[in-house]
Design a protein around this ligand. Sequence first.
Ligand code: ATP
Length: 240
Amino acid sequence: MTTALLQIEDLRIAYGSVEAIKGISLCLNEGEIVTVLGANGAGKSTLLRAISGLNIPKSGRINHGAMLLNGMPAHEIMMRGISHSPEGRRVFATLTVEENLNLGAYLHRRQKERIRKSKERIFELFPILVKRRRQLSGTLSGGEQQMLAIGRALMSEPSILLLDEPSLGLSPIFVKLIFDIIEEINAQGVSILLVEQNARKALRVADRGYVIETGTITISGPASELSGNEKVQAAYLGGA
Ligand code: ATP
């Protein structure tokens, strides 16, 4: 049996007395893009935050290979190669683009040459950031901030990237660009767990997908199967 890169079993997460994740099991295999779809408030961000150590599960297991991640501090999870680009492009507005990228490489802060190479790679993926490298991040457009947020997450050289709503609020040109880049990052060997509201685009790039409804997985399968699923079509693909 092959071991999944990331294996989540019967995960439960509560905010006070309200259970936001109610016994979710899912996996991400090496090389995959797996998308998690669901309406607002379904629990998608809560799930990603638990994987990166920002939410503490009530019960269940999150495994990275043989290693149990539950209860591990966020920086140790990052050191294991799991990086999170959170919803809402949380860049540091008063720092420049380059300073934001440097922060993403915090784990390698003493390895100047390594950081330089990582930055070079990010600038190749996002040429627009080269022009903006000395600009304050708060003055970037929404699409540029999203690229910076993804770029910063890549600076720690992750093997697993958790992407929360990367296309939210972006113009169609930026949406296309972001999804092209997601595929490119994946082709470079990064496995990706992608939370998206743009189900059509997400299912186009993903290998497999899960649908979360109020904290429970209701549908899962290969992306092509989900695209053809009547319920998915009605709820997430605009009845197409
Ligand atoms: P969206 O797409 O709107 O971000 P989501 O699927 O990512 O939605 P979550 O943000 O994970 O959903 O929220 C799941 C549920 O948990 C929601 O009912 C939300 O109100 C609740 N919740 C999230 N964060 C907290 C918190 N810090 N304290 C209390 N309740 C929370």
